[in-house]
Design a protein around this ligand. Sequence first.
Ligand code: DGT
Ligand code: CA
Ligand code: ZN
Length: 571
Amino acid sequence: MTNPQIAAALEELAVLYQLDGADRYRVLAYVNSARTIRSEGSSVEEMAKNGTVTSLPGVGKTLEEKIIALVETGEIPAAAKLKEKLPAGLIEMNRIPGLGPKTVRRLHDELDVSTLDELKAAAEAHEVSAMKGLGPKQEANIVEGIERLQAEPEGPERKRLDEILPIAEELVEILREHASCEEAEIAGSVRRLTDTCKDVDLIATSESPKELATHIAGGKPVASAGKPSETGVRLETHTGVGVDVRIVEPDAFGNLLQHFTGSAAHNERLRAIAVKEGLHVSENGVLDDKTGKTDLFKTEKEVYKRLGYDYIEPELREQRGELEAARDGKLPKLISRQDIKGDLHCHTTLSDGHDTLEEMAEAAQELGYEYLAITDHSASHGFGDHVTPDRLWQRIEEVSRYNEGNAKSKKNFRLLAGSEVNIGTKGELDYEDDLLDALDWVIASIHTSFSKDEKKMTSRMIAAIENPLVDCIGHPTGRLLNKRDPYPLNIGEAISAAFESGTLFEINSNPQRRDLNDIHARMAADAGVGIVINTDAHRAETLSYINYGIATARRAWLGPDQVLNTGEWWK
Ligand code: DGT
Ligand code: CA
Ligand code: ZN
């Protein structure tokens, strides 16, 4: 059993207990330990079997017993009992966003509904809004939630890049440590640094492929493996990630890497153009019709050169014009981590951040930055210390004192006093103009009242864009990968407005956001809108998220000139 399967069983048990009427705090232990188990890198099944599972935080004797029963019999007895007692539809209802077990239980008891379809019918007949404590908003939410659940495609969800990249890197190191391994690389969508990935593709070259496949199959992160062969092996990690390992002879490494990096669309177009020129491209080489000879290449650069192209960075291989540009020598020079001179979006303990202003400043200097904007949430945001106008005026003083101290020690680093100001429903901002004007840097973001009305959301956004006191729009579309769709926004109109008013757009680097996305960032930059790449870090460590933002920027074809925080602080 993989760790996510064990975690899912414990989460289900927690839901069952609550549906049965248990208090939330009584089941919190299950929810918390499920989270721990889901991201654990070693086999929890093994730990349960050899008696060490209680070493995991929050896992005590009771839980240990349940996990042992689960891995030995495939189910937890307590869960099996409750499932007999409760209709299966209640667990499904619990998956409707915004609906907890308590409400599900009430819906079942008061409306006599046991399936999603029955609940939908009851909601459409306005029986839900007639219940005490529930209104038309929840009712509409339920109908929409059920429609979404029923439209969801089967199969496991794609993993975000940050959930998958560290595992891919760990596995590639395990390949490289084997004596017979000549080269090993990550391929597929993980190498192209896409937002989400279905699985990990690894490729390697070796004179003893089967030995190497056997070696990786025994690696620590591996939960289960197919039969190792001369061509590779298929694995699954403890965190539930599928891994394809393909191994060939060293001479064809370039061909193999190029083929399995993809994307499929890029490769299809590449092959179609080659065929017209009498060349057949595959993972096994480039066959020339004229000579009947197949060329093998050690590097991708040689593969592209043979086909008449400049080398194409993996992030660009999406069949978005990169082949044509590479033919004409017109590929962009892409931005890289070394170009970034400062981060313009982060939070401290003043709002919902974990670390202080000084700690964030320290971490930014360790990254080699010249500036960092402190942009805590604005007054109406509703958690942490509410950053009242008075408190923000005080913060401006604190920032300038910090900078005076830094100037004395002749450090080339400066803090910027900023704010991430909420955009109200009409596009109005949280603070008075004189305060916004006193700040070095103002980001405006939408965090509340996501409307379904595209026109309303667009004009709200444009009002903020056109406000001369706003420097930049934060996470412009509001999406959360695998969690929340972007709010409806006419991005073309927003981009035009930003260009007209000189307002910048952020690429938010948080790997759950990556917002703007690659396509929108390219649209914005092509239209002449200035881009900044920020982390939105809520703790010092996550200033390192900048790499995900840079990945998005590279996928958007951006060079250092199009990104303002590659230069000195400019205001
Ligand atoms: P993913 O896994 O959905 O996030 O995206 P990829 O690009 O990693 O796709 P995947 O894992 O199915 O295949 C890895 C690469 O191998 C893919 O980008 C191109 C190449 N490839 C594999 N199978 C095919 C195929 O049937 N046709 C083509 N054109 N390319 C393929
Ligand atoms: Ca893949
Ligand atoms: Zn925000």
